[in-house]
Design a protein around this ligand. Structure first.
Ligand code: NAP
Length: 319
């Protein structure tokens, strides 16, 4: 590390420096001309005095005139030449200087055009990206958007440390607080599920509208349960609900992640033997907005956390 005063560099660019140098050169030129003119006046007086008053060279009379006349005329010509040189030939600091300035201006403009071109190219990429994003939004079925133009679909899931969610068409753990939370969140709402998850329940869950997805055309269900043949159709059926939930299982989670704006995950902090898994959550598009840890206790064999993730783009209002 260096101590002491930092040397201050002049904040002046090369072009400004050249302009100053040229201006100084010009001032010197004019000063020299002015000095020449004074010298000429004094010289002329001196010549006249020396010839007429002091009689120096009185016998020299070129063109029948005293010699000082010729000398003064010659000197005057020299002075006029000096004047022309400063004010006519070297006008505006010289032709070469003018050309140099013009060339510099052209280079400057060309550089500016290049910078603008680069900016435009970047802007083009940006516009193309937003167009692609808008296109993707318009491809995504309108059904996923509520009346506010936002996706209102929430995925609710409980998953082990390695995303395990079930085995032999059953859950792998019993966590009473998780079931309570599930009940509390989903009650009075539409719950969308795959046929296998529906079959894992002993009977439909009370106070919720079940939408079961199956490819089977005549899949029979108890009264009040809705059967559809696709995820999009399930979302359409739930469009009047302010908060429909997708409740599983593995196949449906995988296919519906793109339609959801929120994930309510119960992360069970343990690894399990499983045959069904939740897809990996892409943290570049899903942002954790809530995290609540629960200890192991007599009603809970495992530690777990309630975590909420929100989708970064679908939560933006679409105009
Ligand atoms: N931990 C949790 O939070 C949680 C939550 C829910 C479920 N689970 C567990 O997950 C397991 C069940 O999940 P899973 O993946 O095996 O089955 P699933 O997703 O519940 O259901 C799969 C079935 O859904 C139908 N289906 C899937 N994609 C479809 C599409 N694009 N169009 C029409 N129908 C479609 C098919 O029914 P058809 O065969 O009738 O055509 C398919 O066999 C169980 O172990 C369950 O306990 C865990």
């Amino acid at each position: 590390m260096k101590f002491g005063k930092k040397k201050i560099k002049p904040q002046i660019d090369q072009e400004q420096l050249e302009l100053i140098q040229n201006a100084q050169r010009r001032i010197k030129q004019k000063k020299r001309l002015y000095f020449h003119f004074i010298l000429f006046l004094l010289g002329a007086i001196g010549l006249i005095v020396s010839n007429l008053a002091l009689n120096i060279g009185a016998e020299i009379t070129p063109f029948e005139k005293p010699w000082f006349v010729s000398v003064i005329i010659l000197w005057l010509c020299l002075l006029i030449y000096h004047f022309i040189n400063v004010f006519v030939i070297d006008k505006f600091m010289g032709k070469a200087w003018e050309k140099e300035q013009l060339d510099k201006l052209i280079i400057k403009q060309k550089t500016r055009i290049e910078i603008l071109k680069n900016q435009l190219e970047k802007e083009d990429i940006h516009i193309a990206k937003s167009e692609l994003y808008n296109e993707q939004l318009s491809i995504t079925p309108k059904k996923e958007m509520n009346s506010l133009g936002k996706s209102n679909i929430t995925i609710i899931v409980a998953a082990g440390q390695n995303n395990e969610i079930g085995k032999d068409n059953q859950l792998i753990w019993h966590l009473s607080d998780d079931l309570k939370r599930f009940k509390q969140l989903t009650s009075s709402h539409y719950i969308i599920m795959g046929r296998k998850t529906f079959e894992s329940f002993p009977k439909p869950l009370p106070n919720r509208t079940h939408v079961v997805i199956s490819r089977q055309k005549n899949y029979s269900v108890p009264n009040g349960v809705i059967v559809v043949n696709s995820i999009e159709e399930a979302i359409e059926k739930a469009k009047n609900d302010s908060q429909p939930y997708i409740i599983g299982g593995g196949e449906i989670y995988k296919q519906s992640l793109k339609y959801a704006s929120k994930i309510e995950l119960t992360r069970v902090h343990h690894t399990f033997d499983a045959d069904t898994f939740f897809p990996e959550i892409d943290l570049s598009i899903w942002k954790e907005t809530h995290n609540e840890f629960h200890k192991k206790d007599k009603n809970h064999n495992y530690e777990f956390s309630f975590i909420t993730y929100e989708h970064q783009q679908k939560n933006l209002k679409i105009n």
